[in-house]
Each structure stands twice: as C-alpha cells, then as structure tokens.
Design a protein around this ligand. Structure first.
Ligand SMILES: NC(=O)c1ccc[n+]([C@@H]2O[C@H](COP(=O)([O-])OP(=O)(O)OC[C@H]3O[C@@H](n4cnc5c(N)ncnc54)[C@H](O)[C@@H]3O)[C@@H](O)[C@H]2O)c1
Length: 350
C-alpha cells in the first residue's frame, strides 16, 4: 500500500480521545483531520493534538479524496446518517457503539456498506481486552462444549451520564440498554458464537432518576428532562435453544464501586466467568469439580486504541471487518425487542 490510510474523526469529544493512541500506533493508518459541530471544541482539540485539517461540516471530510477512513465518535443518533454519507463517498468507517440505536438504521448502514464495497466496523472495544481474547480462543477451541445458557450484566450505582447526548432520546436513541447494554450483550453473543435471537421478554424502566435529588457520582443532577429508561432487563431465546439473561442499569441500589460488568457462560462441557477467565469443569467419574484460570496476556494498547489498530490492519490486509455490522444488528434487534416487550407487556418474537 502506498503510504498510510488517512483518518478523519467526526465528533472530537470524550471518546475520540481514546482512539488517538490507536491511530498513533497503527502501522497502517494515521490521523490527519477532525470535524465537530462545536467550533471551540474542534479548535482546541486540533491545537492539543497537532491536527490542522479542521472542518465544521463533516461532508468536507467525505468529499476529500485524501481521506480514507472516517472514525465516527458523535452521539448515537448521528451515527447512521454520517456513516451512510461517508460510505457513499467511498470511505471506510469505524463507528462508536451502538452502531446505531435501531435495527432499521443498521440495516441502512449495511446496505450502504455493500453498495460501496468499503469496510464498516463497530467500535466494541471490550472484544479487544486480553481477557476477552483469551476466553474467546478457549471457547472456540471447544472448552465449554455447546453454550446453552448465559448471564451478562453491566450495572452501576448512581453512575449515569447526564449530558443531552446520553439522556435525551433525540440524541441517544435510548438509555443504558443502548449505551452500555451494547457492550455486555455484544461480548456475550460473541462468546456464544452469535446464535440467532428469536424471542425476548424484557423490561425497561425509569424509577430512581425520578427521585428528588437524583444524582450521578460523575457529577451533577440527573436532568429532569431525561426521557430514556435508566435500567433494562431481558430474557432472550435463540434458534439453537440457548438462552440469555441480560441486566443493565445506570442507577440501581446495587453493591458496586463504579461498575459491575460480568458474564457467565454455561456449556455442556464446562462453564466460564468473565472477566476473571475462570473455567469450571466436572469430572463425572471422580465426581470432582475443578476450576482453572486462563492465562491472560494483554495487548500493549488500551482496547479503545487496539480496535483502531485492528480496523486499519484489516483494511490493509483486505480482511473482513473485525466487528461485523451484522453482529451489531443482532445486538440492536435484541435491545429493540426489550423496548417492544416493555411496551407490549409480553415476550416478543424477533
Ligand atoms: N466505547 C466506549 O467505551 C464509549 C464510551 C463513551 C461514549 N461512547 C460512544 O461515543 C459516542 C460519543 O460519546 P462521547 O462520550 O464522546 O460524547 P461527547 O459529547 O463527549 O462528544 C461527542 C462530540 O460530538 C460532537 N457532535 C455532536 N453531533 C455532531 C455531528 N452531527 N457532527 C459532528 N460532531 C458532532 C459534539 O460536539 C461532541 O464534541 C457515543 O456514541 C457513545 O455511545 C463509547
């Protein structure tokens, strides 16, 4: 390949900062441009990071023949329109999670990807942690047999984002279901081998956010205008007979310092826990249980950075997207099913 792929970030706020070490470390790509609707944020980001190609309108990046990759880090509701425009202009796209807040928007992104022949990847950084990679390798090697049940949760105690980009549906598309549910659900489905979901029974509710004095430990009050659910739970059935219990919340009377994110997988030959990477087995002849801990070797880079390196490497090698949009469609189909089940008060088919 002649020279490195040139990257432009759209939305240079909080999470974009975690991608910068990845673009800096990549052998295949380099960051050259940024775009943001907030002119002050954009200028100061450009100065801090030595980036001089700064444009308020992302369309200028899309029409720039020197840019190869668009890295989308805006609030959720802008992911699909930006990605579709970038793909249509012939750019590869890495997009923050959720790929989009609805299954319909993801289908449109997949259609745009297929029409362009470019690569589209969801930035599901938890897949790039050493613990996730080690457990996935072990499961793919058959350590658990067939996984027939799983539990995944991502629970916080009074740790909600309070900015409009997260708490107003017009920007976020949903609450923790959409915000952090995508993390644990994507990881769990990936470990399960991405079986096809067929039905979900779920709840999505807003209770503690409505209390007088409701606050976030990250600072500030929970805005009165918050119109997304603060917690969600679901029971999901798959076409191979497997089942999954999912729980997510920003606000819950749950005993956790910061965030409690865990996954249990139960298979015909063993069980496992993440992130400890403990494998649980039984010897039925001796009737003994035995547990082992997987050896975890971390990536040199933090996972948000590693995902950028992997994305550029895949493009350079002509390899498939490290996180295919079809798997994100599966994730959002389930989360959308939880919201639909809440509305209808019953299990819904997917
Ligand atoms: N993977 C993770 O761990 C993780 C963590 C936090 C946020 N995120 C995701 O990253 C995205 C952004 O979250 P954040 O915390 O960085 O938000 P943020 O508010 O800090 O930054 C978003 C930036 O996008 C800009 N913006 C808004 N609309 C835009 C548009 N149409 N075009 C260009 N710029 C626009 C804003 O001005 C802001 O600077 C969200 O999708 C969120 O879900 C991922």
């Amino acid at each position: 390949m002649a020279g490195k792929l040139k990257v432009g970030i759209v939305g240079v706020g909080g999470i974009a900062g975690t991608h910068l070490p990845g673009w800096a470390a990549s052998d295949d790509a380099e960051l050259v441009a940024g775009s943001d609707v907030n002119e002050n944020v954009l200028q100061s980001w450009g100065e801090s990071n030595g980036i001089s190609m700064l444009v308020a309108d992302p369309a200028e990046l899309f029409s720039n023949q020197d840019i190869d990759i668009i890295d989308i880090c805006t609030p959720n509701m802008y992911h699909a329109p930006l990605a579709i425009a970038a793909l249509a202009a012939g750019k590869h796209v890495i997009c923050e999670k959720p790929l989009a807040p609805t299954p319909g928007a993801i289908r449109d992104m997949i259609a745009a990807r297929d029409a362009s022949g470019k690569t589209l990847m969801t930035a599901q950084h938890f897949r790039f942690e050493g613990s996730s990679q080690a457990l996935k390798r072990e499961i793919d090697a058959g350590a658990l047999g067939d996984v027939y049940h799983a539990r995944g949760w991502m629970l916080r105690r009074a740790a909600a984002p309070t900015t409009p980009g997260f708490v107003l549906k017009e920007h976020s598309g949903g609450g923790p279901c959409i915000d952090i549910g995508v993390h644990i659900l994507d990881l769990t489905l990936w470990m399960m081998g991405n079986p096809k979901p067929v039905a979900v029974s779920g709840v999505a509710r807003n209770t503690l956010a409505r209390k007088d004095g409701a606050f976030s430990v990250w600072g500030g009050a929970i805005p009165k205008e918050m119109d997304v659910a603060e917690m969600a739970a679901g029971f999901i059935r798959f076409d191979n007979g497997a089942t999954l219990v999912l729980e997510v919340s920003w606000l819950l009377h749950h005993d956790t310092q910061g965030e409690d994110m865990q996954m249990w997988l139960y298979g015909t030959d063993g069980g496992s826990h993440w992130p400890t990477c403990e494998i649980l087995k039984t010897n039925y002849e001796t009737k003994q249980h035995y547990n082992t801990l997987l050896k975890v070797t971390g990536n040199q880079l933090e996972p948000h950075a590693q995902e950028c390196v992997e994305f550029a490497r895949a493009i350079a090698a002509g390899a498939p997207s490290p996180v295919p949009a079809e798997q994100s469609l599966q994730v959002l189909t389930i989360l959308d099913g939880i919201y639909r089940s809440q509305e209808e008060g019953r299990e819904v088919t997917l």
